[in-house]
Design a protein around this ligand. Structure first.
Ligand SMILES: *Cc1c(COP(=O)(O)O)cnc(C)c1O
Length: 484
């Protein structure tokens, strides 16, 4: 499989180069040159373990890694080490993506990894991929990332103690939660460098983008990316859509399933979109946003326009411009890089862009969308707990709330939705363990019920972190000084 850029100005590269490149050198996003069709393999795939299934999916896209190596790498990624904090011996389930039934819905718990968030599924694989590629090619990689909270700890957990890698993660000083901060700064491995920037998340992100766009600096210091523009992250996430849909089909006998995804950067749901295109029996994706609803507005009107950033109870989704949307747009505009460049240029200069509706007046008949506000989030957490004795985190609650609204037969009968598939089962992706967001859970239920032993264990541990001014040069200097 070869990879090209959405903007069409990068020579095709193989998988391993695509992983190292992160953002495409022409400023676009890396995409596979074709999307494999797998409908005739689903029968075999159904009975596979998670690791076997991951191998079958990923090998289609990573054809430059010898199959035995890839199998070993995947088995290692989703083996014992994955359940570091959620091990069966400590009450965990030992599964990467188990599906549970909660009332009318199915929930896929994607938070059994080392940092208790779904990002582990992809970042544990990415860390191993980086290490594998560097071991064969020689050289080192310096990962630079910016986080508003959750990505940082999962990226650090994926790269800690990996040979050939140093990881630098910037977070806004004093503006991540104490739990998020401890999940990052208590990791003392020599190759992990936490940086607290004296500024906002946007400041950190701006510094990261400036350094990554400085191609001379990027090459000289072998800068790599772990943010969700990295193709390997999308790829790793495609796997659990197949696994989850198979589980729901087994439980219900349904032909097809709808999947509801709480969305920030459009990374997770993009993986679902690829799975659907490959032939995974998903009839429709339900895209849920919080009050940062640029995507919900787009899928309801065809107009994609900048809004204000709102700080919500689901902070990992407080995103104004979802970085992976460009990949979706590329396909939506007929895989035409010139047209994509024109539209992105228009967005850059005016802050908005439009696409023509498809058949039946919808922007995309296979994606429905709505948003959840603070009241909806608290209500969903409370109801899931009181009615089903199941605690969901505020991000999962966005999805749950939207799924109930757009997907129930009642809503369909009332003509509130354009979908005709109201009797199909819904699978809601659960993206974080509630123990990461105890304040929101307390606010919703009045109880202190969101606990996880791995999080409690962080209290009082020693930490390490470098405080730097909001200044790109200071970060450059720190990187150069650290790697010597
Ligand atoms: C990152 C994150 C999301 C959003 O995922 P995207 O890939 O950015 O859409 C949702 N929930 C949690 C808990 C997250 O950490």
């Amino acid at each position: 499989m070869n990879y090209v850029s959405t903007r069409g100005q990068v020579e095709p590269v193989e998988f391993q180069d695509a992983v190292l490149m992160g953002l495409a050198d022409d400023g676009g996003l890396i995409i596979p040159q074709s999307i494999p069709a797998v409908a005739d393999r689903l029968g075999d795939w159904r009975s596979m373990s998670y690791s076997e299934l991951a191998f079958e999916v990923i090998r289609l896209f990573a054809s430059d890694i010898p199959p035995d190596d890839l199998r070993e790498l995947i088995n290692r990624t989703y083996g014992e080490a994955y359940f570091l904090n959620d091990h069966p011996s400590r009450g965990g389930v030992g599964k990467v993506a188990p599906v549970v039934r909660v009332g009318e819905c199915f929930i896929q718990e994607l938070w059994h990894g080392p940092t208790l968030a779904f990002k582990d599924v992809a970042l544990q694989l990415l860390g191993n991929l980086f290490e594998y590629i560097l071991a064969r090619r020689g050289g080192r990689l310096n990962i630079l990332g910016a986080t508003s909270g959750d990505t940082g700890s999962a990226a650090i957990a994926g790269c800690r103690s990996r040979a050939g890698i140093d990881i630098f993660i910037m977070h806004p000083h004093g503006r991540v939660t104490p739990i998020q901060e401890r999940q990052m700064t208590t990791v003392l491995d020599a190759n992990v460098h936490n940086i607290a920037i004296d500024g906002s998340f946007d400041d950190s992100q701006r510094i990261m983008k400036t350094l990554a766009a400085d191609l001379r600096f990027k090459r000289k210091y072998s800068l790599g990316a772990v943010n969700s523009v990295n193709w390997a992250r999308v790829l790793a996430q495609i796997v659990y859509y197949f696994a989850g849909v198979f589980d729901v089909q087994t439980a219900t006998g349904a032909e097809t399933v709808r999947v509801c995804v709480p969305t920030g950067n459009f990374g997770d749901i993009l993986a679902g979109w690829y799975a659907m295109r490959m032939g995974c029996p998903i009839s429709q994706l339900i895209l849920a946003t919080n009050e940062n609803n640029i995507l919900a507005r787009f899928f309801n009107t065809g107009r994609y326009s900048l809004g204000e950033v709102h700080h919500t109870l689901a902070p990992a989704m407080d995103i104004q411009v979802p970085s992976n949307f460009e990949r979706y747009l590329y396909y939506r505009l007929g895989e035409d890089p010139a047209e994509l460049r024109r539209v992105m240029q228009q967005f850059a200069s005016t802050g908005s862009l439009c696409v023509e509706p498809e058949a039946e007046g919808t922007v995309d008949p296979r994606i429905v969308s709505d948003s959840a506000d603070t009241g909806n989030i608290l209500e969903a957490i409370r109801r899931a707990y009181e009615k089903y004795d199941y605690v969901i985190d505020p991000h999962t609650a966005c999805g749950w709330s939207v799924a109930e609204r757009v997907a129930t037969p009642v809503a369909a009968l009332a003509g509130e939705v354009r979908t005709a598939v109201a009797d199909e089962p819904v699978l809601c992706l659960a993206t974080a363990h509630p123990g990461k967001f105890p304040d929101a859970i307390r606010q919703a239920t009045g109880k202190d019920i969101a606990r996880h032993p791995a999080i409690d264990a962080l209290a009082g541990l020693p930490t390490r972190c470098e405080l730097l001014p909001n200044d790109e040069q200071a970060v450059r200097d720190f990187i150069i000084r650290t790697i010597g």
